[in-house]
Design a protein around this ligand. Structure first.
Ligand code: IVH
Length: 683
């Protein structure tokens, strides 16, 4: 059956509408009709084309997905050479480029520049004849490319007809445009994740993914890839609107229905400083984009001036790429080393074949943790993608399993600490592995610093610098050794004159008598900070009592969960730690709370809630808290009608006035001590 004039007209109208609405949806991101309406129109067209196959044209909206697989790509000669670009990496070089231009242009020329994001994708050359998409090609060697029309047609952002909006007037008889096909970072990552799940090949980066997707012999595969497009150059034009500058060309391309980048910007020469600023600012700005941009392209705006400036070899003089150093590179993972961090966490570190990333040579990179290595299936010997974004430490992003030779080795976290040989423990529910030995040399410096810090044993004269010095001089092998430091040994050290040594020794002496919760805090049991330590003291008033506590007993304490309980129990199971406690006790460090006048059964402030504000004259906040908790009270941060007392020190915060509003009675330090029946603890 041949189509009637009515059918032909209907098909024409449906195509026109579908072209327009797909443009609203994919290019403008601003649809005018619902998806369901679009689908209904699409299905009508499909039905008519099924009935009248002779009406099918290659630029029909129904033809985006179809097509048959090829065995090779046809070669096509570009109508003009597809030039590449020279690079600059600094504002200084950009100025030098401008100087060179000025020398070549007639004196008094008016120059302006267009800055465009340099999309890290793949050049595509698109041919339109009388408004129909006729042919598309890759860049190839710049002279001859490969014809990939069927694959390009699958890209929803590529107009099959121009102008998309017929109201824009007649199309040019011939138009060849250049653009960049790309995929977004999110689409790339989703694709790779799905491939990993299926056990299939992944791509190294969004650019390779775009290239691989465009160069598929079967367009049905390209159709499933999330390819997108930005168009940036009129290569050849016959008929249509006359454009005399790049800026006009971009506007014209946009009018015709091509996607042009909204970040494109025009700068007159007087505002070259702003252009420079734009180049620099874009280094950070581009990271907020959903796709990868490796620089800005700066182009002389005037097309006559462009012509006059010409090209040297393959690089035009009238355009330059302001590039940011590549943030990703590919190299070999030579080994995985484990380092012991300040808290005893074992961190796997990548030893790499040195490679230039983000402007520096990278030899090591982080691998985060053992789970990360397992999830990404990173193996020793793999070729890997390394990324260094800005100031962040370089990281191994992913392996390239397709480059494996079979000699790569699956890696596992060692079972013993590489520094001290103690067992390595992974607390339930955590990603990190820890060395259980508090005296592990790698941790020792940090442990000493923590042990002596204000919140813990508060030993003035032992800070980070001294901790390092004492450990390096071999004076400390564990934190308990602080209490065994000898006067004559200290005096022999540089900078330790008599006065300083005396001060240090008396600070150490004073530390032997700290409240028990401070010792619990100082011992670095995982998850045990001052608040938990105070809770523990209220239930276990000596180190020995806590050592005998069972997991279930600990868990029964409100405020102590299974994670904390298990960490305490395993801490006491470690031989090194028991030895340490023994040494501390032998040195005379207080290992239990002094017995109070009133027996612990009489919890004088049980059920009461306290809020602390301001600085008390003698008690630190933690000491005050410890006393309240010991006597059965609770300390919270927020004042409410339920607050029993507000304890007010010097320079109180807004909590004091809030308490007044609720009618909460206030106590000072003396009042608090009287209420608790306590006296000031020794310092
Ligand atoms: S202009 C003579 N403009 O960058 C004009 N290129 O390193 C040369 N690119 O092969 C190209 N965005 O694939 C131009 N806005 C843009 C671009 C751009 C990305 C790519 C293009 C080119 C490469 C040059």
């Amino acid at each position: 059956m041949t189509a009637s004039a009515e059918v032909i007209e209907r098909v024409r109208a449906l195509r026109k509408a579908l072209h327009y609405h797909s443009y609203r949806y994919y290019v403008l991101d601003d649809p005018e009709i619902s998806d369901a309406t679009y689908d209904a129109l699409f299905n009508q067209l499909k039905a008519l084309e099924a009935e009248y196959p002779e009406l099918i044209t290659s630029d029909s909206p129904t033809q985006r997905v179809g097509g048959v697989a090829k065995t090779t790509f046809r070669r096509v000669r570009h109508p003009r050479p597809m030039l590449s670009l020279g690079n600059v990496f600094s504002v200084g070089e950009l100025r030098a480029w401008r100087e060179r231009l000025w020398k070549m242009l007639p004196p008094g020329s008016q120059v302006s520049y267009v800055a465009e994001p340099k999309i890290d994708g793949l050049t595509v050359v698109l041919h339109y004849e009388n408004g129909h998409f006729a042919l598309g090609a890759t860049r190839g060697d710049g002279e001859v490319g490969e014809e990939i029309s069927a694959n390009l047609r699958t890209m929803h952002q590529l107009p099959l007809r121009i102008p998309v909006d017929a109201a824009m007037g007649a199309p040019p008889a011939r138009l060849v445009v250049r653009g960049e096909a790309y995929v977004s970072v999110a689409d790339f990552e989703a694709f790779n994740a799905a491939q990993i799940a299926k056990g299939e090949r992944t791509y190294a980066n969004p650019r390779n993914f775009a290239a691989g997707s465009l160069r598929q012999l079967d367009p049905r595969i390209s159709a499933q890839r999330p390819l997108r497009l930005w168009v940036y150059q009129v290569v050849l034009q016959e008929g249509g609107k006359l454009v005399t500058s790049q800026w006009e060309a971009l506007a014209y391309l946009q009018q015709l229905g091509f996607p042009t980048n909204p970040a494109n910007k025009l700068f007159p020469d007087e505002k070259f400083d702003q252009l420079e600023h734009y180049c620099v600012a874009w280094g950070a700005e581009r990271k907020r984009l959903p796709y990868e941009v490796d620089g800005l392209v700066i182009k002389v705006n005037d097309l006559v001036q462009q012509e006059r400036l010409g090209a040297v070899a393959k690089d035009p003089r009238w355009a330059i790429a302001y590039k940011y150093p590549a943030e990703e590179a590919v190299t070999k993972l030579l080994d995985i080393e484990v380092s012991v961090g300040r808290t005893g966490v074992l961190t796997p570190k990548a030893i790499l074949e040195p490679v230039q990333v983000g402007g520096v040579i990278v030899r090591n990179a982080t691998l985060h943790n053992a789970d990360y290595i397992a999830e990404k299936d990173i193996r020793v010997g793999d070729t890997v993608v390394v990324r260094r974004a800005g100031e962040v430490i370089p990281q191994v992003v992913r392996p390239l399993p397709e480059l494996r030779t079979g000699s790569e080795k699956v890696w596992q976290m060692p079972e013993h600490c590489p520094v001290c040989g103690s067992p390595v423990l992974r607390p339930p529910g955590e990603v990190a592995y820890y060395c259980v030995n508090i005296s592990c040399p790698a941790q020792l410096i940090r442990s000493v610093e923590h042990f002596a810090s204000r919140g813990a044993m508060d030993i003035r004269g032992v800070g980070g610098r001294q901790a390092k010095l004492f450990v390096e001089k071999g004076l400390l092998h564990d934190v308990a050794d602080i209490f065994y430091l000898q006067r004559d040994v200290l005096l022999a050290m540089e900078g330790y004159q008599e006065k300083r040594v005396d001060n240090l020794l008396s600070a150490i002496e004073a530390a032997k008598n700290r409240p028990l919760y401070r010792l619990f805090t100082a011992l670095q049991m995982k998850f045990v900070g001052p608040t938990t330590a105070q809770l523990l003291v209220a239930h276990y008033p000596s180190v020995d009592a806590l050592r005998q506590a069972k997991q279930e007993e600990l868990e029964a304490i409100p405020g102590i969960g299974p994670k904390v309980a298990s960490s305490i129990v395993s801490w006491f199971q470690e031989k090194h730690n028991l030895h340490l406690l023994h040494k501390l006790a032998r040195a005379g460090v207080r290992m239990s709370e002094p017995h109070k006048a009133s027996p612990p059964a009489e919890q004088v402030v049980a059920g009461m809630t306290f809020v602390l504000t301001g600085t008390l004259p003698h008690l630190t906040r933690n000491d005050a808290k410890a006393l309240i908790v010991k006597n059965g009270g609770k300390v919270t941060n927020r004042v409410s009608a339920k607050t029993t007392y507000i304890v007010v020190g010097a320079s109180p915060g807004s909590k004091a006035s809030q308490a007044a509003q609720f009618g909460v009675p206030a106590l000072d330090e003396t009042g608090l001590l009287a209420l608790l029946g306590e006296s000031l603890p020794p310092t």
